[in-house]
Design a protein around this ligand. Sequence first.
Ligand code: AHM
Ligand code: MG
Length: 337
Amino acid sequence: MRSELSHNGENHALPINISDHLRREQLRHPEATGALSSILADLSRVAKEISYLVNTAGINGAYGSTGKINVQGESVIKLDEQANRQFKDILSNNPYVAGFASEEEMTFVPFAPDSRSKYVLWFDPLDGSSNFDTNVSIGSIFSIYQRVSDARGSVNESDFLQAGRAQVCSGYFLYGTSTMLVYTTGHGVYGFTLDPSVGEFVLPQDYAKIMMPESARTYSVNEAYRPLWSPRMVAFIDWLKTRNDDPCGARYVGSLVADFHRNLLKGGIFLYPQDEKHPSGKLRLNCELNPLAYIVEQAGGLATDGENNILDIQPSSLHQRSPVLIGSKNEVLSYMG
Ligand code: AHM
Ligand code: MG
């Protein structure tokens, strides 16, 4: 909270908004140039627009599919396309961004070369979009990397195939009962809530430096795939259900951001393992798992593909998938044995 003295001498506590917060963070880190703040401010502007579209979709005829199939082989809904376009438009005008890659694009998209363009972005513009038509929470996920190619030229694939450990910022917007921004730059995890009355993201005190419980209260997995799981996965889920007389409950909504967010705040583990139908799991390493793995580690949790820390995996292709177990440390470590 920041305190202000009004004209009549009373003290009014104002919630910290995202601009205040980014300014403070910049002062705290003298090496900061303001580039990340500028990118985060742009992403927040788009998220406010998406939040509005999500909230009014039912009355504006925005539900439904475009009839197209994306690079992932999945049906593209109208808002998937619109969200992707809006992120692309705003970022292409940000001088610090050299290009982006997205779950909805076949390959990366370079922007006009500019010597200030130090960063590239990955995003999933609308995660969980199959839940959209039924008014279930969905989200947008992003991550920011410093480019590794020469800043005088155009970006190339190596800029988008960096291990998650190289992220300089990641986060997500959750369009739920309220709209939230959760992000990290490696100095803790912050959770902002959109105050619709003023159209600003503000930081409630409880959401500054979010740390997740070390032990899970719930597990989140699509249990319909159980007959396709490995014996190790079957045994692990069965163990969670009993766990030394302290059983986990189950929560799975089918929107990664929503399932992840609940586990982050309450303690939990999210799993999308490999199975006979999904030999590499379903979720995308670059645009879905790395950003959440960075947040979970900053909050004291862990993310693994079963063998390797998600953040240490060197991606070899843009739309690479990976199995994942992500969440409270104790349960992730129990699986690893
Ligand atoms: P999307 O990015 O196309 O929406 O797909 C990813 C979603 C995740 O949000 C969610 O965890 C998963 O797919 C659910 O898959 P399933 O229906 O197989 O359980
Ligand atoms: Mg997704």
